[in-house]
Design a binder for this molecule. Structure first.
Ligand code: MTE
Ligand code: QUE
Ligand code: MOS
Length: 752
């Protein structure tokens, strides 16, 4: 079944914030932001704006009726700066006027007198100064200190990974309008409508019930529209509350790139101890997370880094440390993988270095330490199944990895200018929000008297196909044609207290809630049928493909008639259901528990070719064996795989954020910040979903698919390093992402 939205997207009929018809009298907002990375505001001069026709109002912090505070997990972020600014692009004032062009022009005329204070951009420097978002945390298993002396080899090193801009197709934005009695409706491009609702209420000093947030769909989020979607919603809500007019704010691409947070850059240390045969005995590391100027989701992201520090390996002695460091960048935020990619790049680097010193291929160490059923993670959870090793075996056989290696060796000895490299990237990713309370969802299902059905859940459709999957679940449980089912917009007045659509849990949580609601409705309908057909027990009634059966015998009663009978008999055709992921918990006092419903596994085999004259490279193929459980939508899951892989490769290779010494982002457009296009994407992406797999707690036995494929992109880094090595044996690897063609070229020829 294809994604319900696909045809509308292609025809340009899908509505994003800026496509929605606006009422007459709609005003537009633009944001005046900090020109310096750290400073004290002396004076803001808005006088020149008085001369501009069409400017209606300039809003600053003093206009806020409630709290000037938008921090969610930690309340450390103002909506509009008051006396200090902490990053370039931090909002200071909002200009509201009759046209988008007018307010943008007006913003440029505002003058800020700011006393510049020294900024900090490096997370290690911030750490030394004690600028932490939260106290450091450590996960540990066994005893690393006692183990080092048992090791034949100990490798140490540092690893860097850069940030990443989300480049969702639809930039951030919101549209708010006032209704009766001071209530405000907010149309927001967000993954977290309840967060937006709660914080808008806080800013306006209104009860949450007076704010309604509605999201039809968003043009991509990738994690960037959880907490980061709040500002624009709050600004438009504040303006419309003050002016009693509809107000719209949709960022331009450049504004979005400059003002919003990105993936967290990490700077990390590792130490790994092994036996000569490649068995890892001990692993210790420290992540210095560059959090930016305020917490946003940094603490939760830091936690996921801790959980994924040992990737797909069993390591009996591990000590994982993480510090979330406050710097003068925009607050960094969720991005597909949520701290796991940064953590996995570190351990894969450690393995690569250890393999070098042992004189073996990294795959020898990878394979030797791969997780098996019953192994314990540093956070205390036991692995429930043996699919990790299964993926490794299947990949080896299916893609004939040894044959590829031979072919590559031959190619490399026959070519001077072009060199090929291959890598294997195993992944193991935990599914569930690591904050257990977030693992809940509700659904509201209505059957109308014509037999058509609407479903409302907490899920946000962002291109990942969750609405299609929910439609499939409803149609399957109700046993009706999928065309009868509509998934409605995600609205806080229909489904309340929602968790963000994140952590890859959208389909699992909301699909399961939908399933429960539909099951309840079916039970009622079977009772209606048994009463009408005078059958003693409703258990003997089946409803299959829109027909009613008694013990397998057709009755002639059809779905629409049955629904109508229920209505005429005053039986409710609406159901609300709540679902919670069973048996998960995590105790942060001892840093142990069972935080995940299950794990997703897979292996990617990546082949690359570099041009050693020019440093440019091509990704020949990425071949994956992936455990998606029992997928019920292979088309969507394949789409998520391909998109995730390419996005992960982008982070590892060409997406490079560059800043001036003053902290100004220089790569502020898609001309200077290059993301993968179709020519850069792997020539060949093969995806094999592991057969005979299922999941007990995923929806309809499937496994979550959203984030894990991103992690395969890390393999491209190591394939490139291997290829460079073929040209230059004495390459000193400095483990650093992204590995741009420019860096490849330099590494091929620079003097060591
Ligand atoms: N796919 C598309 N097309 N657009 C997106 O914004 N976000 C990713 C992933 N796939 C995203 C996407 C991220 S970060 C997550 S957490 C999941 O989708 C969220 O959706 P799900 O929980 O329904 O998988
Ligand atoms: C993965 C995620 C999220 C997460 C934990 C994960 C996420 C998110 C939160 C979160 C945590 C605490 C809060 C809150 C949100 O945790 O997206 O509001 O108080 O928002 O493992 O993707
Ligand atoms: Mo995804 S980073 O959990 O929105």
């Amino acid at each position: 079944m294809i994604n319900t939205d696909a045809i509308f997207h292609v025809k340009g009929e899908s509505q994003f914030i800026d496509d929605r018809l606006t009422p007459e009298g709609t005003l537009y907002a633009a944001v005046f932001t900090s020109p310096v990375a750290h400073g004290k505001i002396i004076k803001i001069n808005t006088a020149p704006l008085k001369r501009i026709e069409g400017v209606v109002k300039v809003i600053t912090a003093s206009d806020i009726p409630g709290e000037n505070q938008i921090g969610n997990i930690i309340q450390d972020e103002v909506l509009l700066a008051e006396d200090e600014v902490h990053y370039i692009g931090q909002p200071i004032a909002i200009v509201v006027g009759t046209k988008p062009e007018i307010v943008r022009k007006a913003v440029k005329l505002i003058r800020a007198k700011v006393e510049v204070l020294p900024p900090v951009f490096n997370p290690r420097e911030a750490f030394k100064k004690g600028h932490l978002i939260t106290p450091t945390r450590t996960f540990s298993l066994g005893d690393v200190n006692k183990t080092w002396k048992e090791c034949d080899l100990i490798v140490e090193g540092t690893v860097e990974s850069g940030g990443q801009e989300h480049v969702y197709l639809e930039t951030q934005g919101a549209f708010s309008y006032p209704t009766e009695k001071n209530t405000i409706k907010v149309i927001s491009s967000t993954q977290a409508p309840s967060t937006v609702q709660k914080i808008v209420a806080r800013v306006l000093d209104l009860p949450i019930r007076m704010i309604e947030v509605d999201v039809l769909r968003i043009g991509g989020g990738f994690g960037g529209k959880e907490d980061q979607a709040v500002s624009w919603a709050a600004m438009t809500a504040l303006a419309s509350y003050k002016l009693k007019k509809p107000v719209k704010l949709v960022l331009r691409r450049k504004e979005d790139i400059l003002m919003t947070g990105k993936r967290h850059p990490y700077s990390s240390d590792f130490k790994m101890g092994l036996k000569r045969n490649g068995k890892i005995l001990a692993y210790e590391n420290t992540f210095y997370q560059n959090a930016g100027a305020s917490a946003d989701l940094s603490t939760a992201i830091m936690e996921r880094s801790l959980f994924h520090a040992t990737n797909s390996y069993y390591i009996p002695n591990a000590k994982i440390n993480c510090a979330s460091c406050r710097t003068n960048f925009p607050p960094n935020t969720a991005f597909r993988g949520f701290g796991a990619p940064q953590a996995m790049f570190v351990i894969e680097s450690a393995i690569f270095k250890a393999a070098d010193e042992l004189g073996v291929d990294p795959t020898v160490i990878q394979k030797k330490n791969l997780l098996k059923k019953g192994d314990v993670f540093p956070y205390g959870m036991k692995l429930q199944d043996g699919k990790m090793r299964k993926c490794w075996e299947v990949a080896g056989e299916k893609y004939k990895v040894e044959k590829i290696k031979e072919r590559i060796n031959k190619f490399n000895s026959n070519n001077k200018i072009y060199k090929k490299g291959i890598s294997i990237m195993p992944i193991c990713f935990g599914i569930s929000f690591t904050s257990s309370f977030l693992n809940q969802a509700s659904a509201l299902v209505h059957i109308y008297t014509d037999g058509s059905v609407s479903v409302s859940t907490a899920a946000i459709e962002m291109g990942q196909g969750v609405n299609t999957k929910i439609r499939q679940v409803a149609a399957k449980v109700l046993s009706i044609n999928i065309d009868r089912v509509e998934v409605l917009s995600t609205k806080t007045s229909r489904v309340a207290n929602t968790s963000p659509t994140a952590a890859s849990t959208g389909a699992d949580l909301n699909g399961n809630a939908t399933k429960v609601a539909c099951k309840n409705l079916m039970e009622r309908l079977r009772k209606v049928a048994s009463d009408y057909l005078k059958v003693i027990s409703a258990k003997d009634i089946q409803i299959i493909d829109e027909e009613v059966y008694i013990k397998g015998r057709k009755t002639g009663l059809k779905w629409d008639e049955l629904v109508n009978k229920a209505y005429m008999n005053r039986v409710s055709l609406s159901a609300q259901a709540h679902y919670v992921t069973p048996n998960i918990f995590f105790d942060r006092n001892i840093e142990k528990g069972k935080p995940f419903a299950y794990h997703v596994f897979g292996i990617a085999v990546t082949e690359v070719t570099i041009d050693c004259l020019r440093g440019i490279y091509e990704i020949d193929s990425v071949k994956v064996v992936h455990d998606a459980g029992k997928s019920f939508n292979l088309l969507i899951d394949r789409g998520q795989m391909e998109g995730g892989i390419v996005q992960g490769i982008g982070w590892a290779t060409i997406e490079e954020l560059m800043y001036g010494d003053d902290g100004k982002l220089l790569t502020d457009s898609l001309a200077t910040y290059k993301i993968p296009d179709i020519y850069f994407a792997p020539k060949d992406i093969k995806v094999h979903f592991l057969k005979d797999s299922n999941s007990l707690s995923g929806i309809l036995k499937s496994k979550a698919i959203g984030e894990p494929p991103f992690l395969y992109g890390i393999g491209t880094y190591f394939a490139l390093i291997k290829a460079i090595r073929e040209f230059r044996l004495d390459l000193k690897v400095n483990f650093s992402i992204p590995i741009t063609p420019e860096k490849v070229l330099l590494s091929l020829y620079e003097k060591i």
